[in-house]
Design a protein. Structure first.
Length: 255
């Protein structure tokens, strides 16, 4: 069953709507660099996944259909028939689900630092068990190390700490439930069904979702998709390379 997720909104109400959905363990604040840059041209709607930030925390496990249904429900609440959508990591997985199962609600799609299949389900079930037992602080340091290249993290410690604190503040049940949604995610055979014009962005130094087997596979299987690989970019490329990502998104969603 879908839930009413929390969201922030900026930009003119009559502008083309753009929904932003972020990485596991983040809130809508992850998208502040994009909201600031894109709200002059778009109605930017940055959301908290269920179990994150100020969104409800239903008992897990969750499925990608649950998270995708939350986006559809958000569009319905806002009276939006069709929207652009950009998702990073789990947000990109939700975007793939929407592209396959709710194509009529999408205009254009951007998939950032994400995967059509996030590896053995056991790893995600193990992480879910860990955070349920020890809290999200138990994984925060390890996770944020994969979000930025070492050079960036060392020269921007306050930014790394800000994102690390978002992970640590995430409700353990919400985080675990989303881990279980990732465990069940596999759209490799479904990607040819995506009809929305799609931009795929990968980070050349992303240890969480390497370009090979992830971004390149999505771009290969989604008809007409465009692949862009950013150099010196790890997982949270929307933050580390915000100017480049803002330009890519603005151009893609304005086409």
């Amino acid at each position: 069953m879908s839930v009413d997720v929390h969201y922030t909104q900026s930009g003119p109400e009559g502008a083309p709507p753009l929904v932003l959905a972020g990485s596991l363990g983040t809130t809508a604040r992850m998208w502040e660099p994009q909201a600031a840059a894109l709200s002059a041209r778009f109605r930017v709607i940055a959301m908290d996944h269920r179990g994150h930030g100020r969104s409800p925390v239903p008992d897990g496990p969750y499925t990608m259909a649950d998270l995708g249904g939350d986006v559809v429900r958000l569009l319905d609440r806002l009276g939006i028939e069709r929207a652009h959508y950009a998702g990073l990591s789990i947000g990109g997985m939700v975007g793939q689900w929407l592209g396959v199962h709710a194509a009529d609600r999408l205009d254009r799609l951007a998939l950032l630092a994400t995967s059509p299949y996030a590896g053995p389900p056991t790893a995600w079930h193990d992480r879910a068990a860990l955070v349920r037992a020890q809290g999200t602080a138990a994984v925060a340091d390890t996770v944020v190390e994969r979000w930025f290249t070492p050079g960036y993290a060392s020269t921007h410690p306050d930014e790394a700490a800000l994102l690390r604190d978002q992970i640590a503040a995430t409700d353990p049940e919400g985080y675990a439930g989303c881990c279980e949604a990732i465990a069940g995610h596999d759209v490799r055979r479904d990607l040819p069904a995506v009809t929305a014009p799609t931009l795929v962005v990968g980070g050349a130094d992303d240890p969480a979702t390497p370009v090979e087997g992830n971004a390149d596979l999505i771009a290969e299987r989604v008809p007409g998709a465009r692949l862009v690989v950013l150099d010196d970019a790890a997982h949270l490329l929307s933050w580390q390379h915000s100017a480049a990502v803002n330009t890519l998104l603005a151009d893609h969603f304005s086409a």
